[in-house]
Write a new protein. Sequence first.
Lengths: 184, 168
Amino acid sequence: MIRSEVLKEIAPILRDHLVVCNIGIPSQELHAIDDQPTNFYMLGTMGLASSIGLGLALVQKKPVIVIDGDGSVLTNLGTLPTIGNNVADNYILMIIDNGSYGSTGDQPTYTGKRTDLAGMARAAGCENVVEVQDVDTGKALTEALESGKQTVMVVKCDSGNAKNPVITMDPVTIRDRFMGAVKA
Amino acid sequence: MSIDKKITEDLVAAKIGFVTTVPCKQLAGVIDEVDKHPDIFHIPSNKEDEGMGLCAGAWMGGTRPMIIMQNTAIGVTINTLATLIQYYRMPLPMLISYRGELREPVACQVEMAVHTKALLDEMKIPTYHFHKQADADELPMILDYTFMCNKPVAILTDANFWGGYGDQ
């Protein structure tokens, strides 16, 4: 499965929750599959989805699911110790690990080579780290939500992108409707 | 009341409840006070752009955030300021130690000091410079202004403001 197939499969689960989605093609895919006011699309600032989601989870009670990527986590590795040391049990970091920088032409990342993101998350102090095969993502996400524990999921899937238009919604609109959904 | 405590009380009075910090020797006292205050959730970050991400999330979750960092961080966070904080129109007060100004003992700090105000100006970030302790009387107004206009706002605090570098 490629990322867009994984997202399509878990869209019914994501729909009911606050989702912070990684920059570039992941946000375009989620937007095309199931646009919701509960989705915060990142239009820029590679690497910060996990941090935005953590800040959000720490100040309010609703579950927060971050859809991140291996390349984006690698660019903000300092996020893992911050997550591991500031436990928010309503926080799920789902790293779609396809071993490539999808939005820029599928150049390989180091996670497709010798680097193990799940091991790095554990070493950073994250307690519930699960490695998941693409086909099991929905089941693992449901389990993580039901556990009520901060969870880092590393979802292994194939490299590749679906073709979707860029998001043209104004950033202030995305942010404003998202804040409305947080408060609702 | 110490200046560190006064600043912290001003943050609480402005309903700031989420503060992220990347340390500086000059900011050690205020970081200590922030950490101790029961009304503030203090979350140290490993890099300032990460900290701005945390602040963006906290604000969207309904809590007023702040970042405390060195001016070297302006070099680190230009992209985050432009594409996250400014693009989505989010308020972010930034309490910044202005290293590399008068009384600075470390020559390398001057290299970013000479760019600090120019970069903030280029980014159209409202900037206030605390040189004497009485300048901090404006802090409550600056915080109100930040959350009124939904912009990042810089508060530069130099060595004179903090009373020098002690034994250095």
